[in-house]
Design a protein around this ligand. Structure first.
Ligand code: OTU
Length: 608
């Protein structure tokens, strides 16, 4: 084992656990777990570990996220779909929760009953290992979820705890009286105020109050207990040793709780993330930790850590996701311009860029920025909620409110990319102009997602313009509103994917082209940040990526009107001479006085 790394790990461990009364001898148990995991790592994976440590920063990375059962039924049949991924240029697949969930409603698999087994509806561990092998053979890397904040209340530990076993009760946060739980409720915001208000549940059969952040059946683990970390890390290595390339740690901001706080993003969470990084380096150094932290913009970026103290390798760029929708509704790109995508990140870090995912859109905009542009954050959020649920006059969107709070009027938004950006409404109203505009909006958002530094991640179905599914609630396990944007994949429309005259084919082929062009340009490597060019036009997001002698300018018109950009600002950035649009091969003379842009047009201009 690398001595230096184990020393660092020990320090990080003792930082957390020494004040809680644990000692160096407790650390020996963790050391043993690590040496066992190293031993269990196959020779094949050890060879895979030798690939460049920053493999996931490559411009080659194009991601897709999908539920196996919704996409292809099960793991075996997913293998048959590999050619589909190849045709689209996908090189990275995030498989939504596939470990054995509780029966019935499992929050889409985020309530796990057994982390060491596969959901029997999807297949077996052997099937899964075989799938990984097949994907690796085609240079497609694989991410899976690891839900570390909570287990299902049917997990073996939880069952033992509810039968009175104290050791297992200590794995969770359980209380005899409601004194402490009530105090938590005073400062901890609710995630699911609609269905599961509050942060605890009382169980009469075993007379305990149990802490839960999400649903009643998802019990939070107690990270103050070193045995929890040991179990969690040994499962992490179990998953890594199956051959997965990326492990998505779910809901990380929630794992550490302290009375009197919001129990989100506390400093200790970062200590734990650093521990994950160090332990991973020891056992499975080519595996990447993807942190799921959908929190305020300035809190998200902290989960990368820094070069000295790295944490996650990948994070969701939730800030950009929200700003994209904001820009589309307002036709104003100013919040996008101060987005996180322009930051130079630590060497090990990259964003996952996405337009929407399996979850709702939470309107976590940068409030200071909004105020500085003259928007009142509260009323602006109300505008966005109503714009995207379609009730705002002139809206093109067909989303739905999620977790609407009638006291605060707060809500989040559900809907597929196509339905949110106008396609569903246009089809319903037989509106040809709206239809064409909605495709342009779709293309624009995808083009910016592919241009931004980081890995573009498509939610399966959005590449063929999938619309909202209003039938989900007929399934008693799918009453949660987020199922509206998690429909079955429309294989019955497959013939249309190749026909550019259909919306399915139009979007599909556009994504294919974006991927091809991106993969061809070294400058699309995730380590290369972009710089915003302040053109004075608030409708066009204008930015440049530069690397050595290479330059690419990205221009994205978020309005339905023609726009004219004054070239003076460009000159201040040393931009002159001829540039070629990578999509239409059209040449642009940057010595001219202005550039004209069509409604919703985007350009990737490369210096020639
Ligand atoms: C995650 O989301 C998953 O993505 C959800 O699908 C799960 O339901 C949930 O965890 C529980 O496992 O609040 O509304 O900052 O925003 O963890 C979604 C992180 C969520 C949270 C996020 C959570």
């Amino acid at each position: 084992m690398k001595k230096l790394d184990i020393k660092k790990l020990k320090e990080a461990y003792l930082n957390i656990f020494e004040p809680l009364g644990h000692t160096k001898s407790d650390f020996l148990r963790l050391e043993k777990i690590i040496s066992d995991a190293i031993e269990n790592r196959s020779e094949e994976l050890k060879i895979r570990d030798q690939r460049p440590h920053d493999w996931y920063l490559s411009e080659n990375m194009i991601g897709m996220t999908l539920y196996i059962n919704l996409f292809s039924k099960n793991i075996k049949s997913l293998i048959k779909k590999i050619p589909y991924f190849q045709e689209l240029g996908i090189t990275f697949i995030h498989l939504m929760p596939l470990l054995k969930p509780r029966e019935g409603n499992s929050d889409g698999g985020y309530a796990v009953e057994d982390y060491r087994d596969i959901n029997p509806d999807l297949g077996t561990l052997e099937d899964f290992k075989n799938l990984i092998k097949k994907l690796h053979e085609q240079d497609i890397s694989v991410a899976i979820d690891f839900v570390i904040n909570h287990t299902a209340k049917e997990h073996e530990w939880a069952k033992k705890a509810s039968m009175g076993d104290e050791f297992y009760q200590n794995m969770y946060m359980m209380y005899d009286t409601d004194e402490i739980p009530k105090k938590f409720n005073e400062t901890v915001p609710e995630v699911l105020p609609d269905q599961y208000p509050g942060n605890y549940t009382y169980y009469d059969d075993f007379k305990k109050y149990v802490y839960k952040s999400f649903s009643e059946f998802q019990w939070d683990l107690n990270f103050e207990n070193p045995y929890v970390l040991e179990e969690i890390l040994s499962i992490f290595f179990f998953l890594a040793n199956l051959g997965v390339d990326v492990i998505r740690l779910d809901a990380i901001p929630f794992i550490w709780k302290e009375l009197g706080t919001t129990c989100r993003n506390l400093p200790k969470v970062h200590e734990f993330m650093h521990i994950f990084h160090l332990a991973n380096q020891l056992v499975s150094p080519s595996v990447v930790v993807l942190g799921e932290a959908i929190v305020e913009p300035h809190e998200i970026v902290k989960y990368f850590g820094d070069d000295e103290k790295p944490e996650c390798g990948l994070l969701y760029n939730a800030n950009m996701m929200v700003n994209l929708w904001n820009a589309l509704a307002t036709r104003d790109v100013r919040t996008l311009e101060i987005d996180q995508m322009r930051f130079k990140l630590p060497h090990h870090a990259a964003w996952i860029n996405y337009i929407r995912c399996h979850d709702d859109i939470g309107w976590g905009l940068n409030e200071d920025a909004l105020r500085s542009f003259g928007f009142d954050p509260f009323s602006h959020k109300q505008f966005l909620i109503n714009f995207y649920n379609g009730s705002f006059e002139g809206s093109f969107s067909k989303g739905q409110n999620y977790q609407f709070n009638k006291n605060t009027l707060d809500a989040r938004t559900n809907g597929t990319l196509a339905s949110l950006s106008g396609l569903e409404k246009a089809i319903n109203e037989n509106d040809q102009f709206g239809f064409e505009e909605s495709l342009k909006r779709n293309d624009l958002l995808n083009a910016l997602m592919f241009f931004a530094p980081g890995i573009p991640l498509i939610y399966s179905g959005d590449e063929v313009g999938i619309l909202n599914d209003y039938k989900h609630a007929n399934d008693p396990n799918k009453t949660d509103g987020r199922w509206i944007h998690r429909p079955f994949f429309p294989w019955h429309e497959k013939a249309l994917f190749k026909d550019e005259n259909t919306y399915q084919g139009h979007i599909f082929n556009h994504i294919k082209r974006l991927g091809k062009i991106r993969k061809n340009e070294k400058i699309m490597h995730s380590s290369i940040p972009l710089t915003v060019i302040p053109t004075g036009n608030i409708h066009v997001y204008t930015s440049i990526k530069a690397y050595g002698d290479e330059k690419i300018i990205g221009l994205f018109n978020f309005s339905e009107n023609h726009q004219v950009l004054d070239m003076n600002e460009f000159k201040a950035f040393g931009i002159k001479g001829l540039y070629k649009d990578l999509f239409q091969n059209k040449t642009y003379d940057m010595n001219a006085n202005h550039i004209d842009m069509y409604p919703y047009e985007y350009l990737w201009l490369k210096l020639i």
